[in-house]
Design a binder for this molecule. Structure first.
Ligand code: ADP
Length: 617
């Protein structure tokens, strides 16, 4: 059945080239992959799927890959091999293969043994075998491939490094396929002159192996090469069996294949089953597409072993990570905080950064506003001072009139005293009564001057407890003549249990002065027969605060003006500056309060603000 393909390859080169060209369009290249396993890939040195993928990638599109799992380990008998061959012959009756690719040593044996059936000239490209095995074979012509370098002495050396003081090595492997290999190992060791006791446990039932490895001494390490058949003929999936064996073993188990990692083995110098797939596909390409003679292509020996360890098992046997080779790969590490919560950490950090930026912006904004407020307040204070000076200027007639009264009284009392003292005998008693009057009037005059000085003062904003009665008296002293001259009375409504507020004394006086002056001016226009009247009042709001108000019975404020009277420069008076209420509101705000007004046309106006009550002293 394969003779047609064989014939083709015997034709002269030029004719072959012509045929190949013709085949490019019509007939695809055909490759048959013979896996010694059962398609599962368990225990294979080379991964079948990786191999197929590499062949289809590296060969031209017109390649057809057929694969068969011969299951030679589970069915090692020659009868099974013959049955399998008969079945293959029937199945591929019409197919001509350009190459046979074998996976595993037993399928290489199979392909060589039944080569005639595939056509003697069909090249064989092997994979999934180890160097020691190929070295022992006398390869027939037309056979090449990729073999993996493995060395049990390297594995033992690594195990001894990782577990210091290990003086005995137990090797677990297949009785059938690895016994020769293990013999070689012993030889390798004897030649290397390694002082190491080696206990090769093959050719035993797995149950006996399990029992033996459960009570090993502290100086023993185990190397597991993979078991597919034990001495009773039972078939095993090598990685599943490993998982069972490690639960029995009381000493760490080293392995040689990456496929065995994760089953409880500690690790070792491991080769990956996908390694070498691409190298093999390149050889297949040279044989199938370039028509190179397989015998002329040297076998490729690959060493892809790398030290890899299972962190969980390292911890169980308390292995110091310092003992591992420098380039070791550590698998199954517990993810760190960062690996576990990277998303959350990034999110929280971002939120914190954004928040910090926001806080920073808010603080600088707050500081900026504070600075602006301070500046505004300072200029407001300057303005307020000017406003006071102007008010006192306006009140100068009132002040001089107020001062005149005590001065005139002092003068007339002094004259009376002179007369009394010049009398014979001098009227000492009467004179001393008059002198008391002089002193009283002098006190009155100096009170007026003190009130004026208090209003003229320019100082820093300093809230203190201010007695409301005293404040009012000081203001009234400079205002009373002014009010009288306008025929307006000033009265007080003192709330019960309230006597003082916390405020800046000068500013509070100015606020009261401004409101009273506005009130007097408005009350002056009270509709007759009513007399002009201004009331200064205060009352407790909730025990902690005090409402201060100034009320008049003037014409009130028109509704449409209510929103504008606190604006700077707003005035309805011919000679007004429009600064009085603006300053009053700024003073209220500097105290954390707000100056409000209630008014209805023809029914007077009521200005009020709330200040914190001062604790009674
Ligand atoms: P000015 O007194 O220089 O006009 P103010 O800021 O003190 O400046 O007052 C602004 C305006 O508010 C006044 O022109 C007046 O129209 C109105 N106003 C203030 N107080 C009263 C009041 N008690 N009754 C009626 N209108 C008032």
């Amino acid at each position: 059945m394969f003779s047609g393909g064989a014939l083709c390859r015997w034709l002269p080169g030029i004719f072959l080239a012509f045929l190949s060209l013709a085949a490019c369009g019509a007939q695809p290249y055909r490759v048959l992959v013979l896996d010694q396993g059962d398609y599962s890939g368990n225990g294979q040195v080379t991964d079948l799927a990786a191999l197929r993928a590499a062949i289809t990638e590296i060969l031209p599109q017109s390649v057809e890959v057929y694969s068969e799992g011969l299951d030679l380990q589970r069915f090692p008998a020659v009868e099974h091999q013959m049955r399998t061959m008969r079945w293959l012959r029937e199945k591929y009756r019409d197919k001509v293969f350009d190459a046979i690719v074998t996976v595993g040593p037993e399928s290489l044996d199979f392909a060589i043994r039944y080569r005639r059936e595939f056509g003697l000239a069909t090249p064989i490209v092997f994979s999934g075998t180890e160097k020691y095995y190929i070295g022992r074979l006398a390869l027939p012509p037309g056979v090449t491939g990729v073999a993996m370098v493995s060395s049990i002495s390297d594995a033992i050396e690594l195990a001894r490094k990782v577990i210091p003081g290990a003086s005995e090595v137990v090797i677990l492997g297949d009785a059938e396929s690895q016994s020769d290999y293990l013999l070689d190992i012993s030889r390798e060791f004897i030649e290397a002159n390694v002082n190491q006791q080696i206990n090769v446990m093959t050719g035993m039932p797995v149950s006996a192996v399990r029992e033996a490895i459960s009570h090993l001494g502290d100086d023993v390490v185990i190397i597991y090469l993979g078991i597919t058949n034990d001495s009773t003929g039972q078939y095993f999936l090598p990685d599943r069996l490993l998982a069972e064996l490690v639960t029995s073993a009381n000493q760490p188990v080293f392995v040689t294949r990456r496929k065995f990692m994760g089953s409880g083995a500690i690790g070792g110098l491991v080769a990956d089953s996908v390694d070498g797939a691409r190298e093999l596909a390149h050889i297949v390409r040279r044989v199938v597409v370039d028509r190179e003679d397989a015998s002329a292509i040297p076998v490729m020996y690959l060493d892809t072993r790398r030290p890899a360890f299972d962190m969980r098992v390292l911890e169980r046997y308390r292995v110091d990570p310092e003992r591992l080779p420098a380039a070791s790969e550590i698998l199954y590490q517990e993810p760190g905080l960062w690996e576990r919560y990277a998303y959350q950490i990034v999110l929280v950090t971002a939120v914190v950064i954004v928040q910090t930026c926001l806080i920073f912006v808010l603080i600088s904004e707050y500081r900026r506003r504070r600075r602006a407020e301070m500046k505004f307040r300072r200029s407001m204070f300057d303005l307020a001072h000017l406003n006071r000076t102007a008010a006192l200027g306006e009140l100068s007639a009132s002040i001089s009139h107020e001062l005149n009264q005590p001065l005139a009284a002092i003068m007339s009392n002094a004259e009376s005293m002179q007369v009394m003292l010049q009398a014979n005998p001098p009227a000492i008693e009467e004179a001393s009564d008059v002198l008391a009057d002089v002193l009283k009037e002098n006190q009155r005059a100096s009170d007026i001057i003190r009130s004026m000085r208090a209003l003229f003062r320019k100082g820093e904003f300093a809230p203190v407890a201010c007695g409301l009665d005293q404040i009012l008296q000081e203001v009234i002293r400079v205002l009373s003549w002014h009010a009288r001259s306008k025929d307006v009375s000033i009265s007080v409504e003192a709330g019960e249990g309230v006597s003082a507020v916390v405020a800046d004394r000068v500013q509070l006086q100015q606020l009261v002065l401004n409101l009273l002056m506005n009130g007097i001016e408005a009350a002056q226009q009270a509709s007759p027969p009513a007399r002009g009247e201004v009331v200064f009042g205060y009352r407790s709001v909730d025990g902690n605060s005090v409402e201060l108000y100034v009320r008049d019975n003037g014409p009130g404020i028109r509704r449409e003006l209510l929103g504008r009277i606190f604006d700077a420069h707003f005035t309805t008076k011919d000679s007004g500056m429009g600064m009085g209420l603006a300053i009053c509101r700024a003073i209220a705000e500097a105290h954390g309060s707000r100056l409000d007004v209630q008014s209805a046309a023809g029914r007077g106006a009521r200005f009020c603000l709330i200040l914190p009550a001062a604790l009674p002293t």
